[in-house]
Design a protein around this ligand. Structure first.
Ligand code: FEO
Ligand code: CA
Ligand code: CA
Length: 677
């Protein structure tokens, strides 16, 4: 999302201070004691999470360690061309770029930008981001790709860029922009060894910034979300700036609303939650509100972006429209008759992603979510209901979603300087650092969730270096978080968990939960850096072959390989390579006693560059088929790509194309599993 998607400004005025003592040396040396595979087996058996490196935690019984896979490719050099480059022995090709029709309702994509708003509503949206592969009948050759369309490049979307007439955006342009945002479900199938879109499949569908959705969880039916569109506060319209993603054990997709505040404007005094989260006091990012009053306007489709109170009550205007955004949205990809549902219990902020923890029978389910702005927080949702494996294949997936996602506890993380941490509960009785309670400050749980950032400020959460995606290791339950960078962290505000100020290269932090989910232990897994960086920058001993900055998208595959992607604007690395995808097997990075350790100069060779994208792009979104023989990634906001369906073909010299974000399929030339020997 590095270009034109909104801002990541520091709006955290809480004064929540980082820890006083800086423990860089401690962090860089830190060895992490884990239960490893033994703990994973104990968990899967329902025996709880043993082997946490917290002192006093129980130690798992010794378990013979089966052979783990090894990375089976050589790291590639950086690249700065209009091409995708992938490790030797692999191929990459374009699948479902922006504008690909999903049904027969509209025209094929037009290279002159002339497709209508209606065409766009029936086609792949713009700026592909998080995604997940949902198999049909367990197949690795036939399935549904659920995918986010994060934001738009208005210059590419319209024939000659966006226009304004007498201070108003034309209605048709605004509708096209609205329809290019959101998410989608697209049936894809492997034919002759190559994936293609199944045109007109009944499961193909789009969700846009206009699609009617249900509100569920603590905000449902409250005063906070009543609008002229839904005076009872149970419905809303649209999802926007969907960045990272998650999924559930019952087969649904979670799409995450990140930089949505930009689409609104409120010229009246803004309530505290709108100030804290960044709603504009002057104009919407795309000025959609200026199309209000157009003779073609239907059901306040443009007026709703202006939050300025104009009626007698909330049910007469759209003062609460922004309160219907900032959530995790659940989509059932397998049933196109269902609505998307906003699961408000998981908090309201700039959600980057929503990765599930390991599902253990009889234990609550867990999802992690970062709030991507400078000095924002890491959150965790824990379901009230314990996991019942019988719910893995329910008759009604969204009813199962209600069971696990509408009732639970929302926590925010405090990272302490000693390598331990605490999950701070966000509910009405929680004490605040100034001696009151969240209930006294924000009212009931709905009020707390509406003001999630403010509640996290009040309980003393740790401001982080732009929390992006989370990922959970299937082998041992360890959780990882990309902290992409933080230009707003000054040298005097560094702390143990965010030890560089400003943090230009980003890092990846990991933690391991205590049995009761109240505490955790943590370390920094790897620091982004340019290879030539000094000791304070290149703390992980990176080289030309794995230097990176601004880690962002991230996922473990089912074999315990951690893949992470970059969204980098740091010149010391961009001068060497475009954005990239790297891989590492964390459980293979151990010391002499078998304890997991961070990436360092001695083991960095096992962090390998697998893929590099074309000029100007961000590499984001990542999904695997169940057999791990297909890897999907997304190329977002390329400058001049693709020239054809072959992702690895460079644009011929001098040729300019209308750039199209796209999914890229990566397969091994011998048909084997991706990434390992
Ligand atoms: Fe949309 Fe934080 O990246
Ligand atoms: Ca980013
Ligand atoms: Ca991102």
């Amino acid at each position: 999302m590095s270009r034109d998607s909104g801002d990541n400004l520091d709006r955290n005025l809480s004064g929540n201070l980082p820890m006083a003592s800086v423990m860089d040396a401690y962090l860089s040396r830190r060895a992490v004691v884990r239960g490893g595979l033994g703990a994973a087996i104990a968990m899967i058996a329902g025996a709880g999470l043993a082997g946490c490196f917290d002192s006093g935690a129980s130690t798992p019984a010794p378990t013979p360690k089966p052979a783990t896979p090894k990375l089976g490719f050589q790291s590639i050099k950086g690249s700065r061309t209009d091409a995708c480059v992938v490790a030797a022995g692999y191929s990459a090709y374009v699948l479902a770029p922006w504008g690909t029709p999903l049904n027969n309702s509209g025209k094929p994509w037009q290279a002159d930008g002339s497709n209508s708003a209606a065409d766009q509503a029936n086609a792949m949206g713009m700026h592909h981001d998080g995604m997940h592969f949902f198999p049909i009948n367990g197949s690795s050759d036939d399935g549904l790709l659920a995918i986010n369309f994060e934001y738009i490049d208005t210059a590419a979307l319209h024939p000659a860029g966006p226009t304004t007439v007498d201070g108003k955006r034309p209605a048709e342009e605004v509708r096209k922009e609205i329809n290019a945002h959101g998410a989608g479900v697209v049936r894809i199938r492997k034919v002759g060894g190559r994936w293609q879109v199944v045109d007109n499949d009944p499961l193909n569908r789009r969700f846009t910034t206009a699609t009617v959705m249900d509100i569920a969880g603590p905000l449902r039916g409250t005063e906070h979300v009543k609008t002229r569109f839904s005076p009872s506060g149970i419905e809303c319209r649209g999802t926007n700036n969907n960045c990272g993603n998650g999924y559930t054990p019952w087969g649904t997709y979670l799409t995450c609303e990140e930089n949505w505040p930009g689409i609104f404007v409120n010229t009246a005094p803004r309530p505290a939650d709108q100030v804290r989260i960044g709603v504009s006091a002057t104009t919407g990012q795309y000025s959609w509100e200026t199309a209000a009053g157009d003779t073609s306007e239907f059901d306040d489709e443009f007026a709703r972006f202006n939050l300025t109170p104009s009626g007698a009550s909330a049910s007469d205007d759209y003062r609460n429209e922004a309160s219907t955004y900032g959530y995790i949205v659940e989509i059932d990809p397998y049933n196109s008759a269902t609505r998307a549902v906003k699961r408000t219990a998981l908090g309201r902020f700039r959600h980057e992603g929503c990765c599930p923890g390991l599902a253990v029978a009889g234990k609550p389910l867990v999802w992690y979510s970062g709030d991507d702005s400078n000095n924002e927080y890491l959150y965790k949702f824990v379901s009230d209901a314990p996991w019942d494996p019988a719910d893995a294949k329910p008759a009604d997936r969204l009813a199962t979603g209600a069971k696990y996602l509408d009732k639970g506890k929302l926590y925010v993380a405090r990272f302490d300087a000693d390598g331990k941490g605490v999950w701070l509960l966000l509910d009405a009785v929680t004490a605040t650092t100034d001696g009151t309670t969240l209930g006294a400050r924000f009212g009931d749980l709905a009020g707390i969730i509406l003001n999630t950032r403010g509640a996290a400020d009040a309980v003393g959460a740790t401001p982080m270096d732009r929390p992006e995606w989370t990922a959970v290791n299937p082998l041992n339950g360890d959780a990882y978080l990309t902290l992409t960078n933080n230009s707003a962290r000054s040298p005097d505000k560094v702390d143990a968990a965010n030890p560089r100020g400003p943090n230009r290269h980003g890092h990846i932090i990991r933690w391991h939960e205590s049995d009761d989910h109240q505490r955790f232990t943590w370390d920094i897994f790897v620091f982004g850096a340019n290879a030539a960086g000094g000791p304070d920058i290149n703390r992980s001993g990176l080289t030309e072959m794995n230097q990176f900055a601004s880690p962002d998208g991230m996922r473990f595959d089912s074999r315990g390989v951690l893949w992470f992607e970059t969204d980098n604007g740091e010149q010391s690395v961009t001068s060497y390579t475009n954005d990239q995808l790297l891989a590492v097997i964390p459980t293979d990075l151990v010391d002499g006693s078998g304890k997991q350790i961070p990436v360092n100069a001695s083991n960095q060779v096992d962090l390998r560059r697998f893929f590099v994208g074309p000029n100007g792009c961000e590499v984001t979104g990542i999904a695997f088929t169940p057999d791990n023989k297909t890897l999907f990634v997304n190329i977002q906001h390329p400058e001049n790509w693709p020239a054809s369906g072959i992702a690895t073909d460079a644009t011929p010299s001098g040729e300019k194309v209308r750039p199209r974000s796209s999914t890229v399929v990566i397969q091994r030339n011998d048909g084997g599993e991706i990434g390992i020997t």
